[in-house]
Design a protein around this ligand. Structure first.
Ligand SMILES: NC(=O)c1ccc[n+]([C@@H]2O[C@H](COP(=O)([O-])OP(=O)(O)OC[C@H]3O[C@@H](n4cnc5c(N)ncnc54)[C@H](OP(=O)(O)O)[C@@H]3O)[C@@H](O)[C@H]2O)c1
Length: 328
């Protein structure tokens, strides 16, 4: 398989904290639409289109599917075939921290679970190492020292190059970052839910990451598809809300549609779709290293990439957005 030789010319790459690593401003996550219930040709096309346009970072987790593990398995197959020869141009992350298998050793943050999980992930993806291994969520019942030492050991064993944290509140993240630093494996990046509709990271997390010079990557930047024009007049067939899996159709209230309609009008005035404006809004400041999008098809990849054509917001536009969002 050959890719566009100009694929690195349009994508901006942002340094991840003070590390040597740069991430594409837009990264692609395989949480949904890449499992064994999905159509292989469709997700293959999404992956090719992404890489062909400079998206070098692909984000997985042990439990992505469904079924759990199948996104890693499918991605591993593509690495072996179509992406063969490109491993060193790709930045691949995986995670463990949510329920993966039955019993007391298939969840949370014990050494037992994390060590077994990274072995399984490498096997499914047919890789010697991942670039980033994340602890997926904090474990209130395991000492932070145990979890962080395990992340450090995973790097020492050559199974991951860097480690990251996900869904950690600022105070726990700060302690974890401190432990990792003392062990000699600095935390590369933190991954958190962040969008126009979910602004919790602004309450201390982003500031802490900036201070510690750690990368920040936002997941669900479109609030799972809510920040698009697709729900302005109902729930279209095939959409995430129509599948009632992680996004329930009951989330689409009349108040939300009114708010989305106003945001959509502003996006159109900017010459963007609402999805493009939502991505641009996250990338407008340099504080965020990357925005981690999910896609159902190649067209969504191409459409989201167009967000990069206008990351600038006037003061009036920002004030207008703040006023619209104040209604949430
Ligand atoms: N660390 C964690 O705990 C965690 C949790 C969640 C996600 N993540 C990561 O973040 C990634 C992204 O999450 P997400 O899938 O929720 O992100 P998202 O980008 O907010 O939502 C993706 C959905 O938005 C719609 N969409 C995407 N691009 C579009 C476009 N250009 N125009 C119109 N609609 C568009 C599609 O919905 P339809 O299918 O309805 O068309 C797509 O399935 C995941 O794959 C995963 O890697 C991490």
């Amino acid at each position: 398989m050959t890719f566009n030789p100009d694929r690195y010319s349009t994508m901006p790459y942002r340094r991840c904290g003070k590390s040597g690593i740069k991430l594409p401003a837009i990264s692609l996550g395989l949480w949904q639409n890449f499992g064994d219930i999905d159509i292989k040709d469709v997700f293959r096309e999404s992956l090719f289109t992404a890489f062909d346009h400079g998206i070098t970072h692909f984000d997985l987790a042990n439990n992505y599917g469904p079924s759990e593990g199948s996104a890693e398995q499918n991605f591993g197959d593509i690495l072996q075939t179509d992406f063969r020869g490109y491993r060193d141009e790709l930045l691949i992350s995986t995670k463990a921290g949510y329920t993966m298998w039955a019993g007391p050793y298939g969840d949370w943050g014990s050494r037992k679970y994390l060590m077994a999980s990274i072995h399984q992930s490498l096997k499914r993806m047919k890789l010697d190492y991942v670039d980033i291994f994340y602890h997926h969520r904090p474990d209130p019942n395991t000492a932070l020292e145990e979890t962080m030492k395990t992340l450090h050991d995973i790097v020492q064993q050559g199974k991951a190059l860097y480690v990251g944290l996900s869904n950690y509140p600022p105070d726990v993240a700060k302690r974890a970052v401190h432990i990792l630093k003392a062990l000699g494996t600095p935390c590369l990046i933190h991954q958190h839910k962040y969008s126009m509709l979910v602004r919790i990271p602004e309450e201390g997390l982003l500031e802490m990451l900036r201070e510690k010079e750690i990368g920040a990557i936002a997941f669900s930047p479109l609030a799972q598809g809510l920040l698009t024009d697709k729900y302005l007049s109902g729930v279209p067939a095939g959409s995430r809300a129509s599948r009632e899996h992680f996004l329930k159709s009951t989330a689409i209230t009349a108040e939300l549609v009114m708010l989305l309609t106003q945001l959509n009008e502003l996006a159109l005035q900017r010459g963007q779709t609402l999805a493009q404006m939502a991505i641009a809004w996250l990338l407008k400041d340099t504080g965020l290293t990357s925005v981690l999008v999910g896609v159902r098809n190649r067209e969504q990849v191409l459409s989201s990439l167009k967000a990069l054509e206008n990351l600038h917001f006037t003061r009036e536009e920002l004030n207008h957005i703040t006023a619209i969002l104040a209604a949430v």
